[in-house]
Design a protein around this ligand. Structure first.
Ligand SMILES: [Zn+2]
Length: 247
């Protein structure tokens, strides 16, 4: 029988620090990797590796599942199996995309563009970049209340409101998103968007969700809590004064 040292070790469990894509909370959890070998008719050996992570947080416990295809090379001389190599093919099975949970006080149209940009990232980075561009435009219009028709004018209008590094990145998102949004003057000129570039645009939108919407919400809640606490104290003081006419 062929020695099967590598596969016999599976499933392998290891402890990882994890942020759950379902509830956005972090925690320490177990990452379990399973490997299933198979052989094609051409005698090519492949391994399907499936990794499963469970969210450790109470009330969630959702599973995230990823799979990838590995190539197994077998040496003719020693008949032993070597650590398989990457084929470059991998899939996010659950959740369907890497989209993070966006709070529902962000308008639905903006959230949908973001989620679709994540969903289509690997299949069509160019379409993903176009959706990220739309998502950005939606945020500028809603959050900054700027409506000028052309995104370039809207981005120029917020130049004084954001720091220069972020502003340059926002303008970069517009430029890359334009590749899918508008046809080049020369239709034979092919400019593509890579998946890692599409991911950068997704990450920028995630940053802006946080910087603009989430921070505003947190600030409003904290200020309201302080005002409510102050009001309660004031009422208690007034009530106390009424009850003690001697002071
Ligand atoms: Zn969770």
């Amino acid at each position: 029988m062929t020695p099967n040292f590598i596969l016999s070790q599976y499933p392998i469990s290891r402890s990882i620090s994890y942020t759950c894509p379902f509830c956005n909370r972090g925690g320490l959890t177990t990452y379990v990797t399973h490997r299933t070998p198979f052989k094609s008719v051409t005698n090519e050996r492949k391994i399907l590796e499936v990794a499963v992570v469970e969210c450790p947080n109470p009330g969630c416990h959702e599973f995230a599942i990823r799979a990838k295809l590995l190539r197994q090379k077998k040496s003719r001389s020693d008949r032993t199996q070597h650590e398989p190599t990457e084929t470059g093919e991998s899939w996010v099975l659950r959740p369907r995309s890497t989209a993070k949970q966006v709070p529902n006080y962000v308008p639905e149209a903006i959230r949908r563009d973001y989620e679709e940009a994540c969903l289509i990232r690997d299949l069509s980075p160019k379409a993903s970049a176009t959706l990220s561009r739309r998502c950005l435009q939606g945020m500028i219009r809603d959050f900054h209340d700027v409506k000028k028709g052309r995104l370039i004018d809207e981005i120029n209008a917020i130049k004084e409101k954001v720091d220069p590094i972020t502003w340059n990145a926002i303008d970069g998102l517009r430029t890359i998103g334009n590749i899918g949004a508008h046809m080049e003057k020369d239709v034979n000129l092919l400019i593509d968007v890579e998946a890692n570039e599409a991911q950068l645009l997704i990450s920028l939108n995630e940053y802006l969700f946080k910087e603009w919407y989430i921070h505003r919400q947190e600030r409003t809640q904290m200020m309201k809590a302080i005002s409510t606490a102050a009001q309660t104290k004031k009422e208690a003081k007034n009530g106390g004064l009424k009850q003690s006419p001697s002071t």
